[in-house]
Ligand binder design. Structure first.
Ligand SMILES: [Zn+2]
Ligand SMILES: [Zn+2]
Length: 275
């Protein structure tokens, strides 16, 4: 199977204890042609847990050893937690290592972490979401050292709000600016299926934004489970392929050595004997 899960965390991420070997066995059982890992590398985070980067030289060597032992190609990606005052350090970090794929994500804003909740204090839901989109827009306009923007509306996963979902039309202008900015710079987005496993029951981003991205001329798109546990590996990926096709997408992107390969969706359906 050619559709590689493009967002996966291992025990090398501070918030995961998933072991790599189990992922590799799972990928082989699924008949995948490669595995991608995207452990966290956060810059400027307010969360103690994420302050230190791992030993990447050891990490790359470890992946090489496993690749040989398990006989499946391992792509080494990274999920960068972006913060505008650390843009230089991020570029330097990405220059130093030979990653296959970079996801750029906003995990915190104005020095506050979304996960820890302090970002939301004193803000209405609209203010909090709007501020998040402003922070993301700043990234899109000033940073291009990545392939896809991670979980584009991640903010909705957190926040003490009863109804966490939002309507695209309430943030239409700024979301359009973000999407146009991504497209103009020839970057992409991901569909992150982690929300399907939680209470929200939606992908990040959801259908309205996926539709709009396509309408505005977006093409590059990866699919990722954002698994932090072995059992979540590949969750929802094939369903997303079908859904994207139904929305009008013609292909899914995959990355190696930071170069894009575009797999027509038809190919998957044929290879699975659907058509
Ligand atoms: Zn993330
Ligand atoms: Zn992640």
């Amino acid at each position: 199977m050619i559709y590689t899960d493009h967002h996966v965390h291992t025990r090398f991420s501070p918030d995961s204890s998933a072991d790599i070997e189990s992922y590799l066995l799972r990928a082989k059982a699924l008949g995948l042609t490669s595995v991608m890992f995207t452990d966290h590398a956060d810059f400027g985070t307010g969360d103690e847990l994420f302050k230190d980067l791992i030993d990447y030289e050891g990490y790359f060597n470890h992946m090489k050893t496993l690749e040989k032992a398990y006989g499946i190609p391992i792509r080494v990606g990274v999920e960068v937690g972006y913060e505008k005052n650390h843009r230089g350090a991020i570029d330097e970090f990405l220059h130093r290592f030979d990653f296959d794929f970079v996801i750029a994500s906003i995990h915190y804003g104005d020095g506050m972490d979304f996960y820890l909740g302090d970002f939301f204090y004193g803000k209405t839901q609209e203010e909090a979401y709007y501020r998040y989109f402003e922070i993301l827009l700043e990234m899109v306009e000033n940073f291009t050292n990545y392939e896809v923007v991670g979980h584009l509306d991640y903010i909705t996963r957190y926040g003490p709000f009863e109804q966490k979902k939002y309507r695209y039309r309430d943030f239409k202008e700024i979301i359009d600016e973000i999407l146009k900015g991504i497209i103009a710079r020839q970057r992409g987005i991901e569909v992150n299926t982690s929300g399907l496993r939680g209470l929200l029951g939606v992908t990040f981003p959801g259908e309205e934004v996926l539709r709009r991205y396509l309408e505005l001329g977006g093409r590059t798109i990866t699919i990722g489970s954002d698994a932090h546990f072995n059992e979540d590996y590949y969750a929802g990926v094939l369903d997303e392929v079908d859904r994207l096709k139904a929305l009008g997408y013609t292909g899914i992107s995959a990355f190696e050595k930071r170069k894009e390969k575009f797999y027509p969706i038809e190919f998957k359906r044929k290879s699975l004997g659907y058509e």
